[in-house]
Design a protein around this ligand. Structure first.
Ligand code: NI
Length: 184
């Protein structure tokens, strides 16, 4: 059954779709492009920098991201830490991690009000397919590299609440419980 992009809405923890392993996208067609466009819309209206398909209830291996450079950025960095506009990653795979894991406070659109410290390698190289069906490889650091890793985790049903430090876990315990009660 074809997906109606307009029906795709942001899913909040503990929605079951957030915990399932997403399936490979077999071909990049108009339906996939329409879904990507809708995901960009949902991401923008929630003021997010990234959104994975399971977060709109779709078990597909794809995510969108838009990590704008900070206003005071000196210029493009190598590897890049931001992107010029919204981007689509289909069937993304991490080819390489660089550097020892670093802590950083992350949020997630599916976990409103939760912020937690997550350790990740600072630089990654990712291979994915774009909206035109072309395979590409890119390397990123900073917030962009972190965003890619966070979104790829979503495709395997992994969320920041699984990875955050013990202190963050404690800090968010009651907010998380409340969210879980509401979702039931
Ligand atoms: Ni997230």
């Amino acid at each position: 059954m074809p997906v109606d992009p307009a029906s795709l809405k942001l899913q909040i923890h503990p929605a079951a779709c957030l915990r399932e392993k997403a399936a490979v996208v077999e071909s990049v067609d108009d339906e996939v492009r329409a879904v990507a466009a809708r995901m960009i819309e949902v991401m923008n209206s929630a003021d997010g920098i990234g959104l994975a398909a399971p977060q709109v209830g779709l078990g597909w291996r794809m995510f969108v991201c838009h990590v704008p450079p900070p206003d005071d950025a000196a210029g493009p960095e190598d590897p890049p830490t931001a992107c010029a506009g919204p981007e689509v990653f289909i069937n993304p795979e991490i080819l390489k991690y660089e550097g020892p894991p670093e802590p950083y406070e992350e949020g997630c659109l599916s976990l409103p009000g939760i912020l937690g410290e997550v350790r990740r390698p600072p630089i990654v190289t990712v291979r994915a397919i774009d909206g035109q069906g072309n395979t590409f490889e890119r390397r990123a650091g900073g917030l962009l590299g972190r965003c890619w890793q966070h979104e790829i985790d979503h495709l395997d049903g992994v969320m920041i609440i699984d990875k955050m430090s013990q202190i963050s876990r404690l800090k968010n315990r009651s907010a998380l419980r409340q969210m879980e009660r509401r979702g039931r």
